[in-house]
Design a protein around this ligand. Sequence first.
Ligand SMILES: *Cc1c(COP(=O)(O)O)cnc(C)c1O
Length: 455
Amino acid sequence: MTTAQLRALDAAHHLHPFSDTKGLNAEGVRVIVKAQGVHLWDSDGNKVIDGMSGLWNVNVGYGREEIVEAVAQQMRELPFYNTFFKTTHLPAIELSRLLAEVTPAPFNHVFFTGSGSESSDTIIRLVRHYWAARDRPDKAVIIARRNGYHGSTMGGASLGGMGLMHAQGGLPIPGIVHIAQPYWYGEGGDLSPDEFGLWAARELERAIDEIGADSIAAFYAEPLQGAGGVIIPPATYWPEIQRICRDRNILLVSDEVICGFGRTGEWFGCQYFGYEPDILSIAKGISSGYLPIGGVMVSDKVAETIINAGEFHHGYTYSGHPAACAAAVANIRILRAEGIVERVRDDIGPYMQKRWLALADHPMVGEARMVGLVGALELTPNKATRASWPVETGTVGLITRDFSFRNGLVMRATRDTMIIAPPLVISHDEVDALIACAKKTLDDAWTEVKRRGYV
Ligand SMILES: *Cc1c(COP(=O)(O)O)cnc(C)c1O
């Protein structure tokens, strides 16, 4: 079939996630046909660098035979069995053990889910179950942040702080409160990053004072906000959040769906930022996306209560799916055997950060930031004032995103912020190629916004 025929069929029958279907169908989708390493190919034969690792998840890159083989073998042996009724299977046992090994010391128990969103829904139920089991059923409110992202189910979208998502379908569900995000570039005003980090953390304290600690179950946050625009909190933020959660006896949930499995150069984002959560949400990089799987890890303190609280009336048919567990086991073995996380911390991370941060010299870039292998560029018509564009938010981001693909690089746009999160196995030469594409893209976009009179 030709690309045009494939596009027509897709338009006829496929409703895409997070897409304006009518606009998309008019423009025509890109058909991705294969991938290897850090590269994708579309149906017209264009080869592009996948600067987003799929959706932030293909940490070990494409084409890893070890994962393919592990899954094929598992599918032949036992393609499915459940873990509900006094049964388990080898891949679930092996993955649970591996997860206990790679997570920080207090984490030794995992509840399996099929995705990050299912992990979010599981955690809402789990933290309330935890407090009820400790005779504190009133501790039920969960505090999260504006512009956070925790998935797209009712629970996940409610925990998230995305206004456009809340506006559809009557969200958030009751019992979830949102506070400010630690977004210094966008909201820090005249405060220094450190002052603003403290201010944003103390928004949690103010919310607790208002609601009452006796009503609050947990604070729920990403180590750095991914979908919100790779928002990296100032250094003062996490220590203060940690202090507040401890002082007020509130569980701290770290949504590690993007940061987990090496993205920041540590195994988990909480290790990079130096805090100690009670619960971890994991998905994406756990299997590098080869098969869908997620999980919720609980610290020994939480586990003890849950284990002694009788039945937890919760679970998914695909909790601990054998083939998905086999994919995750093979993926984690690759991360370990090849020292990929350490390589991000000591070698390729610093190498790319240096080049990425230098993009801040471009006339269109208000700020460049990066941690491990996840970063962003804030686009602005005026570097000195960090002004926003005199057109609808997101217009310049989309222009830039389209140039980027044409130049051979997948970058994502959130508002007018460009985002990058390449596979952790990217080579030095591939980083050089990526940076060259990004530079050319900025030049092209700068010419275009001037032509349109936005500057
Ligand atoms: C992607 C994401 C989720 C949701 O995961 P899905 O697998 O898409 O359901 C949750 N939290 C964070 C931080 C994410 O980036």
